[in-house]
Write a protein that binds this ligand. Sequence first.
Ligand SMILES: Cc1ncc(COP(=O)(O)O)c(C=O)c1O
Length: 408
Amino acid sequence: MSGAPVSLEGRPGRGYPVDLRKEAREWPRKRGGSPVPEAFHHLVIDRTLERRDRNWVYEAVRRIEADYCRSSDTHLIKLDLPCLADVDLYLKDESTHPSGSLKHRLARSLFLYGLCNGWIKKDTPIIEASSGSTAISEAYFARLLGLPFIAVVPETTSEEKIAQIEFFGGECRRVPAKAIYDEAAGLADRLKGHYADQFTFAERVTDWRGSNNIAESMFSQMGRERYPTPSWVVVSAGTGGTSSTIGRYIRYRPELFMIARLCVVDPENSVFFDYFQSGDAGLTLERGSRIEGIGRPRVEPSFLPDVIDRMMQVPDVASLATLWWLEGVLGRKCGGSTGTNLYGALQIAAEMIRDDEAGSIVTLICDPGERYLDSYYDRGWLDAQGLDIGPHVERLQRFAATGCFDED
Ligand SMILES: Cc1ncc(COP(=O)(O)O)c(C=O)c1O
């Protein structure tokens, strides 16, 4: 306000121009309260949070950070198979997060992003479109902050996942798979809530350069292994957030970029593979994916093809056979997307063995199999879907012994 005289039309007789900075300096002493003279109030929009609302945001961020502080990192499990002499295979076990899947990381980031952007305040209802896993983790964080949470889930979502969302105090609305986005956005509008919108924000809520994100964690855990920089990281895509974080991190760290490559595996009934090939972002499908959490009927904004080196399509029967086979090796049940991931990783292992290439491969256990006892682990369900996993399990057993797949 220095220089030219201040003209405030329509407000005569107030003795302008004034030295605003002097006025502001003296205001608290002279009058107490706001340093802004009343005559200038129409030039100021002050949305300072009330003390109690500010306290609430402070406490919300503190609780999330404290929850993180109490957590330990997820294990990196080495999968020893007779055929793997010079190729080391690792599974990062993301099922051990407090809310049971890799989505714990995403939910934490979505809440912090919403709080720090000023979108989530005291009593803000949180709404999400989710195939289940993200909603379970978001329900966990909503409960931590005492906020109402509603998940709009595809009607095919497993009962176990619905039960877990409700266990954490969330509410579920089941709709046809394609309607989840509009339903969630509309609901947030009507309730004056916050639509967390994982499919848009997953790629940007994570600090991709570090903050112990999934990439930093896995690469540092590999530090003392025989082949510390993996030749390949294999993941699947739901939002695309995980692949985007890992792909960016590989490019950001030159020592990784020269060696590590990112492979994204895609199930049946998903547009990601075709989009990777054609670049057509308008692709859509009527049917949703059978492998819960991964594969989408539309190209999601958080799926970034340019950070991916390779994509592979994995038949659903192969993903599910891999789960059954893995239970025999690991002694544990894992979720469907873990089968897709591991099947892709085993294909790459076979390729490396064939080419006499030594190195390591890292993939993910995304969530536990107990969420799918009525589907992937139920013979009746598999029969009803026409999925005969027997021959595929045998094929995997032969691979574990010989290091090559039948058609090789
Ligand atoms: C079980 C499971 N695995 C894998 C993924 C894929 O992760 P992202 O959303 O980061 O692509 C998801 C996503 O919902 C999931 O629920």
